[in-house]
Ligand binder design. Sequence first.
Ligand SMILES: Nc1ncnc2c1ncn2[C@@H]1O[C@H](COP(=O)(O)OP(=O)(O)OP(=O)(O)O)[C@@H](O)[C@H]1O
Ligand SMILES: [Mg+2]
Length: 365
Amino acid sequence: MAEVVLKGVGKCYGPVVAVRDFNLAIADQEFVALVGPSGCGKSTTLRMVAGLEEITSGVVAIGGRVVNDLPPKDRDIAMVFQNYALYQHMSVRDNLAFGLRNRKVPESEIAAQILRAAKMLGIEPLLERHPRQLSGGQQQRVALGRCLVRNPKVFLFDEPLSNLDAQLRSQMRLELKELRKRVPTTSIYVTHDQVEAMTLGERIVVMKDGLVQQVGSPLDLYRRPANRFVAGFIGSPAMNFIDARVAAAGDDVMIATEGLSLRLTDKVAATLRKHAGNAVVMGVRPQHVMLDGAGGGNLLRFQATLSTSEQLGDQQLLDARLGGTLLRVSGIDAALKLADGTMLTLAMAPENMHFFDAVSGAALG
Ligand SMILES: Nc1ncnc2c1ncn2[C@@H]1O[C@H](COP(=O)(O)OP(=O)(O)OP(=O)(O)O)[C@@H](O)[C@H]1O
Ligand SMILES: [Mg+2]
């Protein structure tokens, strides 16, 4: 069993607080992705689990054992970094064997482990080559192999794919998923790429400024972001945000902004009624804004002026001006010809609208 538990974990570098009060229990064999913008404390958190960074406060436990004072080599973890850190003067085989030889594992056992890992990663034909004779993707596979041969309790990944080009990244993403099925090891995967986090993580931890913002499954985060930051970070293209005001008149609850006044219906109205008179931020994903509002009768319709459109081949992205805000709309038929300046009728379903406190950014309702 290799549950990883972080309790109230914090890290300060002198006056710099890199991570504060980090709490998370990662189940045995669970794959957790840690995501957030540059400098938010992802690597620091991972390095504390690895033992490469001293823990300022709190407790880290692996497999039920507190490891705060345990050196990295005794934690039974294996780590893959962005720069593969392969030994350039050694063959792939010796790179894979290195850690095991250090541990005085018998040579016959090493050979068996190397063969097993090489088969799994499809790098058998490369074993006698040197790292410089490999492509970026192949080097990354060797780096993964170095972890696999160790059979660790926990895998720690720090942006392992970010040196690769987009196409190779998505291929390696799939390979990681496949690998995971065959070797279901507890894993923490650090990335700043929300797509990587969404596709790989069984659970995702979103961080900002050293603080956990939300923990949840990919769909949880997408559908029920806890605050404006998570809402804007998860999903592509990013969610639209519109400053607005809530007004109640009798039974009606309205949301109003420059160029837009919508009467909210049942559930949404009930949630927002208590915020009447307050400034809020309304959020709607580009995928959830429709053109001409074909379909359902409960759609909220409004007008906006087309500012620009972007042709992607399979679809168009539109930027529509609504008062002072540009509203992004995606998933528009690529064949549709729309002149800039056209007045568009747009529509959205009430259940796809999000509302956030204008000051704290916390999700309302
Ligand atoms: N050795 C150090 N000394 C002082 N400050 C540090 C040190 N290492 C990291 N920091 C600071 O701690 C914060 C968190 O850094 P960390 O490397 O964990 O971020 P990150 O989320 O991994 O970012 P990135 O996506 O850029 O890798 C940053 O503000 C960083 O400047
Ligand atoms: Mg980092």
